[in-house]
Design a binder for this molecule. Structure first.
Ligand code: HEC
Length: 97
């Protein structure tokens, strides 16, 4: 009897052990939301919610934000007013720009 050795082929197991389980892309808040929260706009506007039919275009929205900013001495810069208006537009108004 002849002993025929069984050739065993090692099958390499490629184990990808270090899959990045989560790509930690933090959802950054809208910079305008931060301004909105920091400046407590809702202290008044929770009772008078933002009204898209009253402020019926994006330029008017910028004006309204500027109006409150100036009258209340909030002291936002122009670029902050635009960020804030953009946030309000995304969240409440949805006017085309
Ligand atoms: C002291 C109260 C008060 C605070 C604080 C305030 N507002 Fe106003 N806001 C008003 C009043 C009063 C009006 C005019 C509202 C009206 O005619 O109904 C107005 C109007 C607006 C409008 C137009 C409203 C609409 O219905 O479309 C926007 C937008 C607005 N404010 C944004 C802001 C933002 C942004 C802030 C924070 C930076 C802010 N307001 C803080 C009182 C306030």
């Amino acid at each position: 009897m002849k002993n025929i050795p069984l050739k065993s082929y090692a099958i390499p197991l490629v184990i990808i052990g270090s899959l990045l389980s989560s790509q930690t892309v933090m959802a950054e808040p809208h910079p305008g939301k931060v301004l909105h929260d920091d400046n407590n706009c809702l202290r008044c506007h929770v009772d008078k919610p933002y009204n898209p039919s009253k402020t019926d275009s994006f330029p008017k929205l910028i004006k309204s934000v500027r109006f409150c900013n100036e009258n209340l001495g909030i002291g936002l810069f122009d670029d902050e007013i635009e960020e804030l208006a953009d946030y309000l537009n995304q969240t409440y108004y949805q006017h085309p720009k």
